[in-house]
Design a protein around this ligand. Structure first.
Ligand code: ADP
Ligand code: MG
Length: 450
């Protein structure tokens, strides 16, 4: 990773565990097995556009300046849509819940935009495998430490999406436009995907910030995006930014998002798919009535597997369920985490801080949040290496499983549904949040145990 004050010229290793962390094999396999049905479930969310828009319209009332603007942008762009294909690189995150001697993966959240650490997870599992194979960790066998193929899988996903654009438009030599944050510290995680995409598929990636888009990328009269220097046609707009209010400091960035959204390039993801990743949607999917109406093309067995991964999530609005949740939040805050509709870490309110936080907020704003039961993770021990220093302690881990999708909005068909790999993130038990980039956690690999 780049260092914080290094102006892009100095780097430090990403925080990592010295050894793989023990992980139940059955739980690991279950997480991989539910990814395809989850990809399809989110396809169903997005293709039930009227329902999704109505939920988001209610939500936008609490957050007009961000969620509301994204929704408006989607509505505006929809009228001018010329590209039926839409893509996603997703990641579903789980913690293994331990209760009554049973271990079961429980979903933390489903991410539909800017998922990270695929490439570094591959590097880390390769590092741990190297340490095992070279005899340094003689108590471990490489069979028990699966390599994450996420780096290769995500690059292949982008190559497939680029390929779909080329075939659709009978063009060649197209490139991926990566929308990145200025001063991104996690740039290597992105660069590795970029280089793999070029090495294996000869597809270039051009990196721009939202602020620079309209200066560097022009549009033809049929809406095709052309990177002006070199006259390169853009097949895929790949977002590694644009998910948080700070990514839109001025009107220029909002204009750029709309400019890209109404272009002919395939968006990965488009705005409505990004919004489908709202925590409110995750909450609604735990309601049987909603899940049943959104389970087209998912078998009943798969629906049962999806449901197994859910913990209780409550609305905080003024519906009867919401009123009950407000009571729970005040009477048993130690069981819950309160989440606003934000991405990227550092936004949640945990346990005993919940009542005080709610008191500080007008009741009319409570509905902007969801109340989620805390998952009780199995603890383990490991050593974390951060900026060259070792930290010992009790740790908890979170497994992420990646998904690649390509959907056709005209035929409503799923053209790609893949599972490119996984990621394990670990944090010291003492910190509530697990985001690696946000500075709380580190990357890890799994040692499968029975
Ligand atoms: P963000 O969109 O900010 O990444 P998350 O929902 O992933 O928000 O929450 C951030 C972190 O908080 C997670 O990585 C996890 O460590 C912790 N967390 C979130 N929900 C739960 C939960 N239900 N039980 C236990 N820990 C949780
Ligand atoms: Mg998260």
């Amino acid at each position: 990773m780049l260092t914080a004050g290094g102006k892009g010229s100095t780097a430090v290793h990403a925080p990592l565990t010295l050894r793989p962390t023990k992980f139940k094999k059955a739980a690991f396999e279950e997480a991989l097995a539910v990814q395809k049905p989850f990809n399809t479930l989110y396809h169903n969310v997005v293709r039930n556009e009227e329902w999704l828009e109505s939920v988001l319209t209610e939500l936008a009332k609490f957050d007009p300046a961000f969620s509301g603007r994204l929704l408006d942008l989607h509505i505006k762009a929809k009228a001018q849509r010329t590209q039926p294909l839409t893509a996603g690189l997703f990641r579903s995150d789980y913690i293994v819940h331990s209760a009554e001697g049973k271990d079961q993966i429980k979903q933390v959240e489903f991410n539909t935009v800017s998922v990270s650490f695929g490439a570094l997870s591959t590097r880390l599992t390769e590092l741990h495998n190297y340490l095992i194979e070279s005899g340094i960790y003689c108590d471990l066998s490489i069979e028990s430490v699966p390599k994450s193929k996420a780096l290769y899988g995500l690059a292949k996903g982008l190559a497939d999406i680029d390929g779909a654009y080329r075939a659709q438009n009978n063009v060649s030599g197209t490139a991926v436009l990566a929308i990145v944050q200025p001063g991104e510290r996690n740039a290597m995680d992105q660069r590795l995907v970029e280089y793999e995409l070029f090495d294996s598929y000869k597809v270039r990636t051009l990196r721009v910030t939202l602020s620079d888009v309209q200066e560097l990328v022009r549009k033809t009269d049929t809406g095709r995006l052309i990177y002006t220097a070199g006259n390169t046609e853009i097949s895929v707009v790949y977002y590694r930014s644009a998910y948080s209010p700070s990514d839109y400091p001025t009107e220029k960035e909002w204009d750029a998002r709309l400019y890209l959204e109404v272009s002919h390039a395939i968006k990965c993801p488009n705005v409505i798919t990004q919004l489908a990743g709202a925590k409110k949607i995750q909450q609604l999917l735990t309601e049987d009535k909603v899940l049943n109406t959104l389970s087209q093309d998912i078998t009943p067995d798969e629906v049962a597997l999806l449901k197994n991964t859910f913990v209780a999530i409550h609305p905080m609005d003024d519906s009867p369920q919401g009123l009950n949740a407000r009571k729970l939040a005040n009477e048993h805050p130690e069981r819950y985490v309160l989440k606003p509709q934000r991405e990227g870490g550092g936004n949640n309110i945990y346990k005993e801080s919940i009542p005080e936080f709610l008191k500080s907020l007008p009741e009319s704003q409570w509905g902007a949040h969801i109340l989620m039961e805390l998952i009780n993770p199995a603890q383990s021990t490991n050593q974390i290496l951060r900026e060259g220093r070792l930290y010992d302690g009790e740790i908890v881990s979170e497994l992420g499983v990646f998904g690649t999708v390509l959907w056709d909005t005209d035929s409503q068909k799923e053209l790609i549904n893949d599972v490119p790999g996984f990621l394990l993130r670990t944090k010291l038990q003492s910190s509530n949040e697990g985001g690696v980039a946000a500075g709380f956690g580190c990357i890890d690999s799994v040692q499968l145990v029975d």
